[in-house]
Structures are given as C-alpha cells and as structure tokens.
Design a protein around this ligand. Structure first.
Ligand SMILES: Nc1nc2c(c(=O)[nH]1)N[C@H]1C(S)=C(S)[C@@H](COP(=O)(O)OP(=O)(O)OC[C@H]3O[C@@H](n4cnc5c(=O)[nH]c(N)nc54)[C@H](O)[C@@H]3O)O[C@H]1N2
Ligand SMILES: Nc1nc2c(c(=O)[nH]1)N[C@H]1C(S)=C(S)[C@@H](COP(=O)(O)OP(=O)(O)OC[C@H]3O[C@@H](n4cnc5c(=O)[nH]c(N)nc54)[C@H](O)[C@@H]3O)O[C@H]1N2
Ligand code: SF4
Ligand SMILES: [Mo]
Length: 727
C-alpha cells in the first residue's frame, strides 16, 4: 500500500467528505503532513476523479483551529479550558446520570449530524450510544434531508433503506428534479464523477432533463432545463402520472398492488390543472410523460430540492410510482437497487411510522426518530419529558435546522450538553464538554451507508494511515461516552470498544448459527473483525458462497468492482404482501393536502437554498483555499425582482420565522419570484479565524420549524414565503 519516494510516502484511502466516495492517493511527508492529494486512477469506481474539497483534505485535516483535546466550559460562561480525557468522561459520568435520575429517561436527547453517514464511528458505534440512552428523543440531520425518501421507500418496499437509484451508466433517459450533482457530487445516488457519468449518458445518445428553479451547472449540461415553481414537484409528477394513464402508456413490469388507486388519485391532477402551479406548460408535461414511456430505458431521480419541501414524501413516492408505471423499476437502465457487500441492518418487519409521537406537537416518529423541527420546543416546553440534556455527534443544528435562531436560544437553556465534534462552533459552544474525534487520516474508513445507494456495486476499505498515538479513536469515544452516561466509570485496563464489539460479534454469529467460526475472523482489532464478519455474511461473502472477506479488501486497496446493478425484486421486498405497494394508505391520505394546495394563492417571493462546490454544509468554511469567490453567502435574485422592488446592493429579507440583511447577487439564472440563499453560513461569532472572516448569515433564521412535510416530519427549506425590502 505504501511506496517511498524522496522521504514522502503515498497512501490510499476513500475520501469521506461527500457521498461520491472517491478513491484518493495522498502524499505524506516524513512528519505525516499531507503534501499532495490526487484522485486514485486505479479505483474502479471513481477512476481518478477528485473535486476541490477532496484536494483540500490535508488542509482540512490539519486545520490549526481544530480541537485536539477535550474542552470543558465553566457553566454560565463562554470560558473554555482544555481537559484530559479522564476529566471529561468523569464530569459526564457525574452530571448526566444524575439528571436522568432526576427527570427521567426522556429528558435526554441525542442529535446525530451528517458526517455520521460517512464514518465507521457513525455506522458501527452510534447504536451503542442510542442503547445506553434509551430515550425516544432521537433526532438527526435525516429529518432536514432525506427522510421523505426513506418514508416513501419504506412504505412502498417495506424497508426504508431499500432506496432505488437511477442506473446512471446505462439509462437512456434521465429526468432529474431538485438535484445539482455538478456542485454536490450527488446524493442518495452514490456516483463518483457524476459530471463525467452525465456527459457519458449524452454521448451514448441518451437524453437528460433537469427540473430546477435555477439554471444550475447541471442544468446547463442537460439537453433540456425546465424552471419549476419551488415546492410544486409533486404536482408536476402527478401530471405525468395522469398522462401515463390517460394515454394508455403504462407498462408495469413488477408485481405491484394499488395501480387502480394511483390512477384514481392522479385523476384531478391533469396537466392543465397543474401547469399554473408548477409554471410548466401542459404540453411540456404531456411530452415528458410520453418521452419517459417511449425511452428504451428511463429513470426519474429527485433529490434535496424536492425532499426539504412541503410535499416531500409525496414527491419521492411519485418518483418511484413513475419508475414502476413506465416499466423501469428494477431493470437495467431504469431505477435499481444496489447490492452492497457488507451485511446491513437486518429488518424483519414491514416499515411503519408513528409507533410513538413527540410530546409537544405529537409528531410521529419515523425510523425511531422525531423531526429535528420539534427539538427546540421539546427543550423549551415545561412538563414531564422535557429535554434537559443533549448529546450531539457530528452535527451543527444551529446552522442546519429550521428556525436555527430558536434552537440556538433553546440550547442555551439545557442543563447539560455534550458534543462529539472536531470544532468549537455555533452549536458546540453550548456544550459543557466537547470531545474531539481524531484526524480523518487517523481513522479507518468503510462506506456502510453510502454503498447502499451506489450506481455500481463496489467495495473499498481503508486502514488508518497515521497512528492514533495515545488519544482515543472516535469509536472509543462513543463507547466510553455510552459508559459514562450510564454512570459506569471506565475501568483501567478494560477496553470498552472490545467489549462492545465482542457483544455484537457473538450476537450476530449466534443468530447466523456460526458461533463456532468466531476464530476465523481477521483483523488487527475488534472493529476490523466486525467488518470482516459483515463482509463474510454479506451477499458476496465467504460464508455465503462467495469469496469476499477483509483479506480480499486489504489485498485490493484501490477497491474492488462488484459489477453493475442487478435486479433485486422481489427478494429485497419487506412488505407484508411481498409485492411493491404503489398506493400506501398513509400517502394517499396526504394527497388531500396536496389537492387543497392547488386552491391557495402562491406567495409573491419564495426562498430556496443551494449548494456550493467548495463547501459542505456548515463546516468547511475555515479552509482558506475553499472559501471566497463563488463560495460566499449571497442571495441570488432575478434582476427583474431587484428593479421591481427597488433594491440595491443589500436587502432585508423577512419570513414568518425571522429576518436577515443579505448581500444581493443578481442573476438571470434564477426564476423571477424566487431567491436562493445557501445554508451553513453565519459564523460571525466563530472562534475559527477564516470562517469568521467569511461569516455570511444563517439561512435557517428564515426557515420555519412549524412547517413540516406531514408523512415524514421533514423540515421545509424550499418554497419559504419571504418579503424583501431595501436595506
Ligand atoms: N436551509 C437549509 N438547511 C439545511 C439544508 C438545506 O439545503 N437548506 N440541508 C440539510 C442537510 S441535507 C443536511 S445533511 C444538514 C446537515 O446538518 P448537520 O449535520 O447538523 O450539519 P453539518 O454542517 O453537516 O455539521 C457537521 C458537524 O460535524 C462535525 N464533524 C465533521 N467531521 C466529523 C467527524 O468525523 N466526527 C465528528 N464527531 N464530527 C465531525 C463538523 O465540525 C460539524 O460540526 O443540514 C440541513 N440543513
Ligand atoms: N459541494 C457540496 N457538496 C455537497 C454538500 C454541500 O454542502 N456542498 N452537501 C451534501 C449533502 S448533506 C447533501 S444532502 C447533498 C445534496 O445534493 P443535491 O440534492 O444535489 O443538492 P443541491 O446541490 O442543493 O441541489 C438541489 C437543487 O434543488 C433546487 N431546488 C430548490 N427548491 C426546489 C424545488 O422546489 N423543486 C426543484 N425541482 N428543485 C428545487 C436548487 O435550486 C438546487 O439546485 O449534497 C452533498 N454534497
Ligand atoms: S467528490 Fe466528494 S468524495 Fe470525491 S473528492 Fe470531492 S468531496 Fe471527496
Ligand atoms: Mo444532507
């Protein structure tokens, strides 16, 4: 894996910074400093692709403002001091269990942020923490992101992780809504070099259409771009479904229940009726339906612009309804399911939501979580079960949750808070204790979550490339935190990580009837042995008639190609009927809300978000090579709106939730009546020097936590009514 040239060594590992899972080749000097980062050309999935963030991995990992040691804050002050790991865990063991004893289990809450989808700690060790907490107050970035897709998929296929992805490399026609992979590099569609894959689609004669209120870089690459009124994607998709039925274009190829119910539900949404609401002409909607039906293969794909919206779940449902009705679900070139190498979470019962509801607003749980949109009121509303203590792991909800300013104020009222995070930032400044994870290069990597959504089957494991020294790994931090909140001091000489891993290994092998094979598991430590076990028990695994195990991945450090996506139905269905459920009652019930929306007048100006290539939510603004230029926090606005409203330079933007003063960036790449502000900014008080100098404003001051997508409880960030006035 390592080769030595003039004192530097080259190491290989997966980039953990976004969902594209690119292979990297990293040059390290004798002191372990990163001197160069390139795309790994021998990676069979990413083929050498790299983006500016991956290229800055060294700068990010070596950021001098990163925390390297635990921090303790003196209560009621802003004054922080460095502490030892023992002192930090002892303080938690002293305070946390006492609070829970006083107020009950539900008084403790956990928030899990986005990087948990990218780390081994998040995938393998967060469950230990959840078990130790045993509270219903679980929250994550999922309800500010993809929960609508998971609820729709869960109800249709029985498992919320059974998410169909466009078969990008083989499709003839791609309809993409609310995604901008040329900036984001793709989401819920793991595809390194997404731009190259889109160019290849066109080159092989395929067609690709983008639906977005902005003419994005992705839209410019497409054959056709359609502007759409924010929040109206469900109307457009229903118009397409209506047309498919009206013109006899349906050709269902999978076993599905509910086709007639879908036809009836689509009845009122004629292309003529939805045209005004969407801003897309009826003839265009009819043409889209005909093109989707006529293409040899086609896929509809819709991402964050359509998830974080008023009708997020209905939109995600209709995406797969169209994939089914056009005969494209589960066939090459259509929308397919990956076959990831590692054994995933084994569910045995069909997915349901609402098994319990939140205390204050009675919002249903989904996947065991409550919507992040209700956390602030759960903290601020007195009564039994009021949240008094919070743990955050890899999250910055003050900048990423709706009504961020309200949440900011709520966090200040907590009696105790612990954050596992690499920075002292807008959220963690409220903590009593911050526990920093080690550097990325000191951590192993395997993409448990993201390879579930890959457009090609693939596996790659990276060992840590730098030694940990005497500090704990992030898995160990989580294991020790789980002990501390349970009031158990960590015993010297007892490795809590090995204890956790042994329990999991024994339990899994017992269920599989393979306890006698324990001795065969490979790996330098118990984490690696667990990974080996999941590979052996996975669909390509040595214990399942294949040959895959950890040894194979260690021998292939560039990663291995496990072949194109292959049909999975009905084997991967977990619905009670063992058929695709096209018309889940819970979703049909929400169609009334959509119909009611047709009658309401559209607001004059609505706010949407956008992503920036050299950014990642809130936490990469402290690297000078990444900020500045196009990566600044400005309000995109159409020049006609600027002159109509008499604006100049800056404007005051106001919503039901709050107001901000923002610099304007007039551009005809956005629809009139729509403005766009990126999220993740607002670092005016930051202790991070570069981020403070490029502060921007918190877009989520404007978003409103009282608005959620009903079936999933997901936050609504796009289509927020706002007014603008001169600053
Ligand atoms: N208005 C608006 N709001 C949005 C969105 C939007 O489009 N518009 N998008 C939403 C989406 S899709 C998401 S995913 C959420 C993100 O919401 P969050 O996950 O809450 O926010 P991030 O900014 O990703 O914060 C990640 C945190 O993890 C820390 N971190 C980074 N790496 C590690 C690590 O290895 N270990 C640990 N322990 N910590 C680490 C960082 O320092 C940072 O504090 O934001 C949502 N908010
Ligand atoms: N460079 C970079 N990459 C990232 C991130 C980042 O912050 N920066 N964040 C990561 C995360 S957490 C995620 S979840 C993914 C998200 O990945 P994507 O889903 O590709 O996210 P965006 O680039 O924000 O693209 C969303 C698009 O939706 C459009 N849009 C807004 N409202 C609507 C609407 O109502 N209807 C339609 N049809 N379109 C709408 C916006 O104009 C925008 O172009 O990106 C990930 N990758
Ligand atoms: S596209 Fe994503 S995974 Fe690839 S180098 Fe950039 S940040 Fe890393
Ligand atoms: Mo996200």
């Amino acid at each position: 894996m390592t080769r030595v040239t003039d004192g530097t060594r080259k190491v290989l590992r997966t980039c953990p910074l976004c969902e594209a899972v690119c292979g990297l080749e990293i040059g390290l000097d004798a002191e372990g400093r990163v001197v160069e980062v390139r795309g790994d050309r021998e990676d069979p999935f990413s083929g050498g692709f790299i983006c500016p963030k991956g290229a800055s991995l060294g700068r990010l990992d070596e950021d001098p403002d990163r925390l390297t040691e635990p921090m303790i804050r003196d209560r009621g002050t802003e004054s922080w001091r460095v502490a030892s790991w023992e002192e930090a865990f002892d303080l938690i063991a002293e305070r946390f269990p006492a609070l829970v004893a006083k107020y009950g289990r539900q008084s403790a809450a956990l928030y899990l942020g986005n990087p948990n989808a990218h780390t081994i700690a998040g995938a393998m060790y967060v469950p230990v923490l959840i078990r130790a907490l045993s509270t219903r107050n679980l929250y994550s970035a999922s309800t500010a992101d993809q929960m609508p897709k998971q609820v729709a998929s869960g109800l249709m296929f029985g498992d919320p992780l059974t998410v169909a992805v466009p078969d990008l490399d083989r499709t003839d026609y791609l309809l993409m809504l609310g995604a901008n992979p040329l900036e984001s590099n793709g989401s819920l569609c793991t595809a390194p070099d997404f731009p190259g894959r889109l160019k290849a689609l066109r080159k092989r004669g395929g067609r690709f259409v983008v639906v977005d209120p902005r003419r994005t870089r992705t839209a410019k690459l497409a054959d056709e771009h359609l502007f759409i009124r924010p929040g109206s994607d469900a109307y457009l998709l229903f118009g397409i479904v209506h047309t498919l039925f009206a013109e006899g274009l349906t050709q269902v190829r999978v076993d599905a229940n509910g086709i007639e119910e879908v036809r009836a539900a689509a009845e009122p949404f004629t292309p003529q009726v939805v045209a005004e609401r969407t801003g897309i002409a009826a003839e265009t909607i009819v043409r889209l339906a005909r093109d989707l039906a006529a293409a040899p293969t086609a896929a509809v794909y819709a991402r964050i612009g359509t998830c974080t919206a008023e009708f997020g779940t209905l939109t995600q449902w209709l995406v797969d309804v169209i994939n089914v009705l056009t005969g494209n679900l589960d066939r090459p070139g259509g929308a397919m399911f990956a076959t990831p190498a590692a054994l995933g979470i084994v569910r045995t019962r069909p997915f349901r939501t609402g098994r319990w509801t939140s205390r204050v607003r009675e919002l249903p749980e989904a996947m065991g979580e409550f919507p992040i949109a209700t956390l602030a009121e759960e903290i601020r509303t007195p009564g039994e079960g009021q949240v008094r203590a919070l743990i955050t792991v890899a999250g910055n909800p003050v900048l990423s949750a709706p009504s961020g300013a309200r949440l900011d104020a709520a966090l200040a009222e907590l009696e105790f808070m612990v954050s596992v995070d690499r920075y002292l930032n807008e959220t963690t400044r409220h903590a009593d204790v911050i526990l920093p994870p080690p550097r990325t290069l000191q951590s192993p990597h395997y993409d448990f979550a993201l390879l579930q959504f890959a457009v090609h089957n693939y596996a790659r494991y990276s060992r840590p490339v730098l030694p940990l020294g005497d500090r704990p790994s992030e898995p160990e931090i989580l294991a020790r935190l789980a002990l501390a909140i349970s009031g158990q001091p960590s015993e010297p000489g007892r490795d809590p990580l090995a204890v956790v891993d042994e329990l999991v290994i024994a339990g899994t092998l017992h269920k599989a009837g393979l306890l006698d094979r324990r001795g065969e598991l490979l790996g330098d430590n118990s984490t690696e042995q667990r990974i080996d076990m999941m590979l052996r028990l996975g669909p390509y695994g040595e214990w399942r008639g294949g040959s895959l195990n950890l040894r194979v991945l260690l021998d292939n450090p560039h990663g291995i190609d496990l072949g194109p996506l292959r049909p999975r139905l009905p084997e991967n269905l977990l619905t009670a009927s063992k058929r695709v459920e096209l018309a889940p009652p819970q979703l049909l019930a929400d169609v009334d809300r959509l119909r009611a929306g047709l009658g309401t007048a559209a607001p004059q100006i609505v706010l949407i978000g956008r992503r920036q290539l050299r950014s990642n939510n809130s936490w990469m603004h402290n690297v000078s090579t990444l900020v500045g230029g196009s990566n600044t926090c400005t309000l995109h606005i159409h020049p006609d709106d600027v002159s109509r409203l008499g604006l100049d330079g800056q404007a005051v933007i106001e919503s039901a939730a709050g107001s901000l003063t923002v610099p304007l960036e007039p551009t005809d790449e956005i629809m009139p009546g729509v403005v766009s502000l990126p999220h993740g900014w607002g670092h005016a008080d930051s202790t991070q020097a570069v981020a403070r100098a490029h502060a921007g404003v918190n877009a989520n001051v404007l978003t409103d936590d009282s608005q959620v997508d009903v079936p999933s409880g997901n936050a609504v960030f796009n289509g927020v009514p706002v007014t603008l006035s001169p600053a």
